[in-house]
Write a protein that binds this ligand. Structure first.
Ligand SMILES: [Zn+2]
Length: 61
């Protein structure tokens, strides 16, 4: 049985504001990863392809 839903891609973001890591998932449009800090809900958005594709870990100021 194949899964109908594929796991959405995500990146790991380190939130300096709360010194916490969180997964940030690809948005519906598929052109950016958007999410928020798990503690203070500060929004973060990372465009796909920004800064190269090899980086999977981002830091949110
Ligand atoms: Zn925060």
């Amino acid at each position: 049985m194949a899964e109908e839903r594929k796991a959405r891609p995500y990146i790991s973001v380190y939130f300096k504001c709360c010194k916490a890591y969180a997964r940030v998932y690809l948005n519906r449009a598929g052109d950016a990863f958007s999410g928020h800090c798990p503690k203070c809900t500060q929004a973060v958005q990372v465009k796909v392809g920004e800064g190269g594709s090899s980086s999977r870990l981002w830091t949110a100021e």
